[in-house]
Design a protein around this ligand. Sequence first.
Ligand SMILES: [Ca+2]
Ligand SMILES: [Ca+2]
Ligand SMILES: [Ca+2]
Length: 346
Amino acid sequence: MIGGTGNNVVFNQSGCSPTPSWSCQSNYLFHCSCNSDADCADGLFCNGVETCVNLFCNEALDPCLMQGLVCDEANSQCDCNDFGDCIDNDVCTFDSCPTNDQCVSMTYPHGDVVGPNGSCGPDGSVTQKDVDAIKDVVFGGTVPAGCSILNFDIQRDCELCQTDGKVTVFDWWAAIDAAFGSPQCCGSGGSGSTPPGSPILILDPTPVYATPGGPVIAWIVDVHIYGYNAVGGYQVALDITGAQAGDVQVTQFYTDDTKPTYVFAKTASGDRAEAFDTPTLHMMAAKHVGSANMRSYLTSIRVEPAPGAATPITVTVGTTSNSIFNDPTDECAQVPAGDQTILTFD
Ligand SMILES: [Ca+2]
Ligand SMILES: [Ca+2]
Ligand SMILES: [Ca+2]
């Protein structure tokens, strides 16, 4: 507090007690002394609470800075800028900044993130609109105007009822559970107790020929699951290695739910499945509502050379550790990367 607006702030040695301390600035000897924190206080909220340390006043910091909020001197409070400033990591409250002033955290039905027209914020019930809004974010879309993406983080991967700072299929699945009357969090549901087992994934490739006996122009790779007690939802993630970048492409990523071994074959109503396919991530996610029916087939990809790529080409398709399963009570297991299959194009 060099400058002396507080109490008992002096600029000469006589004010120092018990021992004078000096500093040299611009050819003058200054001593700014204090005996208590109160001597240093300047009455302003937004530059923090000054303290007296070793007879010198220490400036403090903006009290709102660490919280990412904006200091409001007139009201001696920290104000929010947007909904993201207000996220409290409690999945049972919807956090907002309605007037760019104080954060508001309101209890809501778990997963109720949008209104009937898809606008940001709870409307009192979890419907398909809420499910779709979260799903859109999971698969690369944007949140409704005003919302923070973290408003859609309503569950932790593989663990119920906590946030984890990201919006994944688990958040989407939680909204489906809530919309279909089985909310898993916030007093209206509970965590599962079924051990998830130790699932493994098996890749089953089938060649596609240009003509009978002709060259292989594509491969269909089916993905099967074994060793899991009951599937409530799954996310299968694959990677392709071994070719020059761009030499092969995934031309289809789908689930053939007419296969008799399809994991949800017997009670298909209520299924939700989405493919998420980018140059670096090939992922299928599905969620089943209702009783589980353990079968083995999950999903398929079709892989073929990119137009103009020189053949022959050999690549490896493998499962990655981003593959995750949960059972009907949302107990879940991450599947270690495992099976690989080698594909050759003539
Ligand atoms: Ca919250
Ligand atoms: Ca809603
Ligand atoms: Ca999450």
